[in-house]
Design a protein. Structure first.
Length: 374
């Protein structure tokens, strides 16, 4: 896929470094509704809460089984985890204690989503079914059947009356959350549906698949209708998330690539990559920043910044050097160059667009290895 010139810079900050041991690998993660913390389920069977801004660990919740899905209650007091033990567990974020176990699935619980009011939870499982749970009584309300294989992704419509699920059977199903009835089945994907996500206002839904495509759905009606197809990833689309204002969509893939899409133009405006396959993406509420988790165990914050503003100090310095064309000013220009570099971390300077403009400045100053000093 050919991408147009990007005008958004995705600035990375490490919140959790790459795992030094297998036990520290991040398997699942989720952000709470106010963006103050995120939860990460690790290979050591723990669920850990981290401060969203600094990445400091805040709470440890230890399970006896691996977590296969995570979700924060909109009320912010509970983290729900689905496990390989076929149950959903409810964790108190303050005490770290398990305060409820929901039993009903016969295979691992692979996806979770709370209702907008937090009163109900829906779970999708390898047993091909979905279950709606009453959070007050911690009881099963109803079980929905219709998929032919593992239900790996589920999202509750922000407007409250619809649930959308995606499965390894390549189908997307729409369900009435009040009756549990299937209202539509969509077979537009050609391979497993890995992720479904509504926009914050519920007007659109995005689905990502192992067929490498993302489908944009108009969800203002029931059943929803296919609007556009987005293409570009070279491996399965594993993670999707919308910004709080619906302006941006970020997609992450097994090809380690991150694409930032402008939802008005449906064009890629920013590109970045991680060290491992991307397993999850979550936006900060009320910020143009998001978090990714990847297969190395790392969790990164990405700030959405104007590319022109990031490149401008180097471009201005380069123009000044070329205009002066005076070897006697070289040392002064090198000092200015070093001060500009100090504004950015090493990872930022190594990204494609930044690296090129830094290289141009170094060449003009004769700082490249083997280059001639002016």
């Amino acid at each position: 896929m050919e991408h147009k010139e990007q005008n958004i810079f995705l600035k990375p900050t490490i919140l959790k470094p790459q795992a030094e041991h297998g036990a520290d690998i991040t398997r699942r993660f989720a952000m709470n509704s106010v963006g103050r913390m995120f939860a990460a389920a690790l290979q050591d069977k723990s669920i850990r809460l981290y401060a969203a801004e600094e990445g400091d660990e805040m709470q440890l919740m230890q399970d006896d089984f691996l977590s296969t899905s995570l979700a924060f209650s909109p009320k912010g007091d509970i983290v729900a985890s689905g496990t390989v033990d076929r149950v959903v567990k409810l964790w108190d974020i303050r005490s770290g204690d398990c305060i409820g176990t929901l039993e009903g699935h016969t295979y691992p619980v692979l996806s979770l989503s709370f209702s907008p009011d937090g009163n109900h939870l829906v779970s999708g499982s390898g047993d091909t079914t979905l279950i709606i749970w009453d959070m007050e009584n911690k009881t099963k309300v109803r079980q929905m059947k219709g998929h032919g294989f593992y239900v790996v992704t589920v999202d509750w419509d922000p407007n409250g009356n619809r649930i959308v699920s995606g499965s390894v059977d390549a189908n997307i199903c729409e369900w009435d959350s009040n009756s549990g009835e299937m209202v539509a089945r969509h077979d537009n994907h050609r391979a497993a549906v890995r992720e479904v996500r509504f926009t914050p206002d519920g007007s659109k839904l995005i689905s990502g698949s192992s067929d490498l495509n993302m489908l944009v759905w108009d969800s203002t009606s029931t059943p929803m209708t296919l609007d556009r197809i987005l293409m570009g990833h070279e491996s399965e689309v594993r993670a999707l998330s919308f910004s709080h204002d619906g302006k941006y969509l970020v997609s992450g893939s097994g090809d380690k690539a991150l694409f930032l899409w402008d939802m008005e133009t449906l064009q890629v405006q920013g590109i970045a990559s991680t060290m491992g396959e991307i397993d999850g993406v979550e936006w900060y509420p009320h910020q143009h920043s998001f978090i990714t988790a990847d297969g190395t165990g790392a969790i990164l914050r990405w700030d959405v910044e104007d590319m022109g503003a990031m490149l401008a100090p180097f471009q201005e310095l380069l123009a000044e050097i070329e205009a002066a064309n005076d070897p006697a000013l070289r040392d002064d220009f090198i000092q200015k160059f070093e001060k500009v570099c100090e504004r950015y971390d090493h990872a930022t300077l190594q990204t494609k667009n930044m690296f090129y403009v830094v290289w141009q400045c170094k060449r003009a100053l004769g700082l490249l290895k083997g280059g001639k000093k002016k």
